[in-house]
Design a protein around this ligand. Structure first.
Ligand code: DNO
Length: 380
């Protein structure tokens, strides 16, 4: 019987208005999905800093088993001659994280920009606000996009938008000039071939995050957009340590992506150590806003997503993803407390119903699984 490990993303004491004590009060949520945000991309994460974060999390009664993200230096994605040095650093970071008991590293392989939106505070009819993407409003000039993201963030750092890295945006774009989709895939393979044997030895699973939005933008290639891309990536290095974060919101931005089918295909292959589960609402072509988690509020069928996880005995890590800012909260775009906590309660409510209805069927039939041992957080 599947055993969900529910988590909550946290940006650290200095940079997150949400405290660990608050996270501790969200029912059934034991995992903090954390990171070191003050180590420049490409450098080794020092053991003492990792250990300090772990201690802080554990002192609050929580666990630190998933890191999101250890970002990848652009030289690795570009395939620059200096990449080996950065890969060595990455390997050392994997070893250090493993020593602290980390089991999963979420990462992405998107050139230049991580996720992007055209409005970080789109006003919804109910008075809350959420992030929005409207391709017709996407500036042609990446510098203009960067300025909009920065001003929209209202002083919060945005994950994957490191100002020091993006300061030289023109140079960065020039460095990617010859990086085609094929080249980017080759560079991912080079990276995976170097790190996955280390991950196997140190028992840390890599969980690649989809591109968000899942399409090429600004002439930059994107290589994790759909099921076909996942098939290609999993073959680059055959190992359960070369896995995916299935982010329902990111993949769901393309209505052609059938999320329950993707879950039903890749979870049984043991390639999914981490799930991001959130909803979005399509409001036009290439136009969506993020929404509250329930199916009624967006375009994704969240029950079918959870049912696919249940039916495939998913027992990995999971977290709610971007929520709205509600009840007067003016938090980091996508990462307020209240709406993500509501999201967790909704997801776990469905999970309980899925488990109990299955138990009733099993009891009526032959097998028996003693409730409540099958609920998240209960190892048995
Ligand atoms: C945005 C996040 C991404 C994600 C990375 C994973 O809010 O979904 O920044 O963490 O792409 O590497």
């Amino acid at each position: 019987m599947a055993n969900l490990k529910m988590g909550f993303r946290w940006f650290g004491e200095k940079d997150d208005p949400i405290s660990l004590a608050q996270i501790r009060q969200i029912p059934q949520t034991k995992q903090v999905v954390g990171a070191l945000f003050d180590v420049p991309v490409g450098e080794v994460w020092p053991q003492e800093k990792i250990d300090a974060l772990k201690k802080q999390v554990e002192d609050a009664g929580l666990k630190l088993e998933v890191i999101e993200s250890v970002n990848i230096h652009d030289d690795i994605k570009i395939g620059a001659p200096t990449r080996d040095k950065y890969i060595e650093n990455y390997i050392q970071t994997i070893k250090n994280l493993s020593k602290a008991g980390v089991k999963v590293i979420c990462y992405n392989f998107m050139p230049v920009f991580d996720w992007l939106r055209t409005d970080l505070h789109h006003q919804l009819a109910d008075g809350s606000n959420a992030m929005m993407y409207d391709e017709s409003k996407l500036p042609k000039d990446p510098e203009a996009l960067m300025a909009e993201m920065n001003s929209g963030s209202r002083g919060f750092s945005l994950p994957g938008w490191e100002p020091e890295r993006l300061a030289a945006l023109k140079e960065l774009f020039a460095a990617y000039k010859d990086v085609s989709e094929e080249k980017l895939v080759e560079n991912l393979k080079y990276f995976l071939d170097a790190i996955i044997p280390v991950c196997e030895k140190f028992d840390v699973r890599m969980a690649m995050h989809p591109d968000d939005p899942p399409k090429p933008l600004f002439g930059l290639p994107r290589i994790f957009k759909n099921r076909e891309d996942m098939l290609r990536i999993e073959q680059l290095h055959e190992s359960r340590y070369n896995g995916f974060t299935i982010c329902t919101g990111s993949l769901g931005e393309n209505p052609a992506n059938d999320l329950p089918a993707i879950i039903r295909e890749f979870v049984p292959k043991d390639r999914v150590p981490f799930m991001h589960v959130r909803n979005i609402k399509h409001v036009g072509k290439n136009k969506f806003h993020e929404s509250a988690h329930p199916s009624t509020e967006g375009s994704l069928d969240m029950f079918e997503i959870m049912k696919a996880l249940h039916d495939t005995d998913y027992d990995g890590y999971i977290r709610p993803d971007h929520g709205r800012n509600i009840w007067g909260e003016d938090g980091r775009p996508g990462y307020g407390l209240y709406d993500r906590a509501l999201g967790i309660t909704y997801l776990l409510g469905m999970w309980e119903a899925l488990i109990k209805s299955n138990l009733i069927q099993m009891k009526a039939g032959h097998e028996f699984c003693a409730w409540p041992f099958c609920m998240p957080g209960n190892n048995f």
